[in-house]
Write a new protein. Structure first.
Length: 150
């Protein structure tokens, strides 16, 4: 099987256009419910003006779970009580701020390089106004590059 050339395909051709987003004011419970309902590993986070302000992914949620777990074990002493205090109540407390983004006109090659450099599995696709118009994840890239040529 011949792999397609990632420098000849744009992000816009491959990205998922129906993006599920969260608000920075949504509750932590909404993150948990969204991850359970929708089998995606990251969600862009928007502010009240629908501008991208962050991204929340499985690893962000796992950090919260770890803190909550540790806070229940007395053997961790004062760290346990501190962890309880640090338990977030909103998406804005958990998200990664200022996420790495990509333009819809970027090539898949550029998206791959961004993912490699920044160690991320997906990139929100934003327009000139910093509004989310899509998301591209590694699975999208693999499926595209390994699909049969047309």
């Amino acid at each position: 099987m011949k792999m397609k050339d990632p420098s000849t395909i744009t992000v816009e051709e491959v990205m998922t256009k129906k993006v599920i987003t969260l608000s920075e004011d949504d509750s932590f419970e909404k993150i948990a419910d969204t991850f359970k309902e929708i089998k995606v590993n990251a969600f862009p986070v928007l502010n009240k003006d629908n501008k991208l302000v962050g991204i929340v992914c499985e690893s962000d949620v796992m950090k919260v779970i770890e803190r909550r777990y540790l806070s229940r074990h007395e053997m961790f002493g004062t760290f346990g009580s501190k962890a309880r205090i640090l338990s977030p109540s909103k998406v804005g407390d958990v998200m990664t701020k200022n996420p790495i983004t990509v333009s819809p006109s970027a090539t898949l090659e550029e998206a791959i390089i961004l993912m490699l450099i920044h160690h991320v599995r997906g990139l929100p696709v934003v327009d000139k106004n910093n509004e989310v118009i899509g998301i591209i994840v590694k699975r999208d890239i693999v499926n595209t590059l390994l699909s049969e040529s047309e």
